[in-house]
Ligand binder design. Structure first.
Ligand code: Z5A
Length: 227
């Protein structure tokens, strides 16, 4: 296994896989959208997707995981396997084909979410989560993972503000205790320290625009500098 990356597998595709990670309310979707417009302006084909979801199977699993669409809570072990099933499908049906034709894939959460939430948050073995992740992702190894770091209370405030006036309830995982979300944040910071080649930590407790500038610099320096 490549110790710097955290995943094994040979990358054969010519596209780029960039994943956005972080606690809820970190601004992952916002930053992905801003990065997409900059990449597309340079003529790059970008595929945006999210986890859990991104395929018909994945979106059905999303409903089960977030809103108990099956009519009962998944047990913690089922929760891990459902996230991984959604991921395996997304990789084979969306991510791998896009990378093979040279597109850039921006993924809103990926395998590190399972390590952070089910490993650090729920308390499953981090090594076990990493092993199951490798099975699910195969060769779809992220070229860069942007960790948008936000403290838990600010992230939650942003989400609460978004919910004002909407009838959407908190999902099953959002409703976990503050302590759980704090463990998740610390877990992400731990991963960023362990895999410095792949992770780029960005302070997401600022306005969206300066964050987007930092994200653009990281991505363009890494992948567009020579052209
Ligand atoms: N999960 C898991 O447990 N295991 C796994 O393996 C995977 C996921 C893959 C998915 O939820 C849940 O599944 C998630 C982890 C778990 N649960 N939690 N917690 P989701 O996809 O529905 O939600 P999310 O991934 O947590 O995303 P989010 O809450 O929508 O946050 P975000 O994408 O990071 O933020 P955003 O949508 O860009 O912004 C949120 C709000 O803040 C919005 O109103 C923005 O306008 C505002 N915003 C964004 N940036 C800023 C700045 N810089 N300043 C001020 N306001 C801002």
């Amino acid at each position: 296994m490549d110790r710097q990356n955290g995943f094994e597998g040979n990358k054969m595709a010519s596209g780029r896989l960039i994943t956005f990670e972080g606690p809820e309310g970190a601004g992952k979707s916002t930053q992905a959208a801003l990065l997409i417009s900059k990449l597309e302006a340079r003529g790059i084909e970008v595929v945006y997707t999210r986890e859990p979801g991104g395929t018909k199977l994945g979106e059905a699993i999303r409903g089960i995981l977030q809103y108990n669409a099956a009519g009962e809570d998944p047990c913690p072990e089922s929760e891990v396997l459902l996230f991984e099933a959604s991921r395996a499908q997304l990789v084979r049906h969306v991510i791998q084909p896009a990378l093979e034709r040279g597109a850039w894939v921006l993924c809103d959460r990926f395998a590190d979410s399972t390590t952070a939430y089910q490993g650090f948050g729920r308390g499953f073995s981090v090594e076990l989560m990493e092993t199951i992740n490798r099975f699910a992702i195969g060769a779809a190894v992220p070229d860069m993972t942007i960790l948008l770091d936000v403290n838990v209370s600010l992230g939650m405030q942003r989400c609460a503000k978004r919910q004002i006036g909407k009838k959407v309830q908190h999902d099953r995982i959002e409703s976990e205790a503050l302590e759980f979300h704090e463990k998740v944040r610390q877990g992400y910071l731990d991963l960023a320290r362990r895999f410095p080649e792949r992770f780029r930590k960005v302070d997401a407790m600022r306005l969206a625009e300066p964050i987007a500038e930092d994200v653009w610099k990281l991505v363009s320096d890494a992948f567009l500098a020579q052209g």
